[in-house]
Design a protein around this ligand. Structure first.
Ligand code: C2E
Ligand code: MG
Ligand code: MG
Length: 293
């Protein structure tokens, strides 16, 4: 091509969608690569921490469990929430290393709370699909609990509906082994995925966590309230417990109580907080209860 033809070609290419798309693709791929290497460094430098959000047992009005939620304490950017790095960690496979750290740290914390004399708390840990499907996952969980001398009954694993539907034979076998070991299993964000009710009955699950999107506009939004009530009724008839996520108002809490929901979790009770603040929160609630009686 002659030079003026080249120039015309480049001008057209630059203004075309193709050029725009490939530029976007390039910068996204580069961003992902950069994020991946930052994550690797974060793992090496131990920059992650767990925060804990209490779960309120609605029958006894006591905190009997917590959910462990990961945060990345970046040296310059501060605290980074999980949704900003777990998707890339999953794509790159780094989620297995991160998930192993989360499990070890949660189990270490259970032991620490026990030594501090805090009332027994169940700790729920979110498990990503690629980690759950990893060969040797159940052995890792077993070794971690045994190494810390922690009862498996104090550890709960939260999986998602889509994980139930992926590679069902392996998932079923893994879940059965975990149940035999004495762990509890719950389905997170329930109602947003596509799990078959037949599988729900077959899989060894202990609890369903009603997704925050249904709880958010309750009790005003009739459809959301009806869905939440239906999930609670269905879960109970399958002998499963129900946790409502994202409870922010007393109206929501009253509605859930009226529908005999088992547990509530949300900002109304407490935001996720560092381990030390969580134990203080539990002690303060206990003291307030003792004073009230
Ligand atoms: P999730 O497991 O459904 O956790 C609940 C999320 O809702 C948490 O966000 C929590 O801070 C937030 N939340 C709790 N109560 C309220 C409320 O009343 N109002 C509102 N607006 N939000 C509330 P977070 O900590 O940013 O975590 C987001 C998601 O990241 C989690 O959703 C979970 O899917 C994932 N995640 C968190 N920690 C881990 C982890 O250690 N491993 C893996 N694989 N995923 C994790
Ligand atoms: Mg969860
Ligand atoms: Mg959830």
């Amino acid at each position: 091509m002659k030079s003026d033809q080249w120039r015309r070609f480049l001008r057209v290419a630059a203004s075309s969608n193709y050029q725009f798309y490939s530029k976007e693709m390039n910068s996204r791929a580069l961003e992902r690569l950069a994020m991946e290497s930052k994550l690797r460094r974060a793992i090496e430098r131990n920059e992650f921490e767990l925060h804990y959000q209490p779960k309120l047992d609605l029958r006894s009005d006591t905190v009997t469990g917590v959910e462990a939620l990961i945060r990345w304490r970046h040296p310059e950017l501060g605290l980074i929430p999980p949704m900003e790095f777990t998707p890339i960690a999953e794509e790159s496979g780094l989620i297995v290393l991160i998930g192993e750290w989360v499990l070890q740290e949660a189990v270490r914390q259970i032991r620490k709370w026990k030594h501090e004399g805090l009332p027994e708390l169940h700790v729920a840990v979110n498990i990503a699909g690629p980690h759950f499907q990893q060969p040797g996952f159940t052995e890792f969980v077993y070794r971690t609990l045994e190494g810390a001398d922690v009862s498996p009954s104090l550890l709960e694993l939260e999986v998602t509906e889509s994980m139930l539907m992926d590679d069902r034979t392996t998932t079923f076998a893994t879940m059965s082994t975990l149940k035999t070991m004495g762990l509890r299993l719950s389905i997170d964000d329930f109602g947003t995925g596509y799990s078959s009710l037949a599988y729900l009955k077959r899989f060894p699950v202990h609890a369903l966590k009603v997704d925050r999107s249904f709880v958010k506009d309750m009790p005003g939004a009739e459809d959301d309230s009806a869905i939440t009530s239906a999930i609670i009724a269905m879960a109970h008839s399958l002998r499963l417990e129900v946790v409502a996520e994202g409870v922010e108002t007393t109206e929501q809490l009253n509605y859930l109580n009226m529908r005999h929901c088992d547990y509530a979790q949300g900002y109304l009770i407490s935001r996720p907080v560092p381990a030390a603040d969580l134990s203080q929160f539990v002690r303060d609630r206990l003291a307030a209860k003792v004073c009230a009686t």
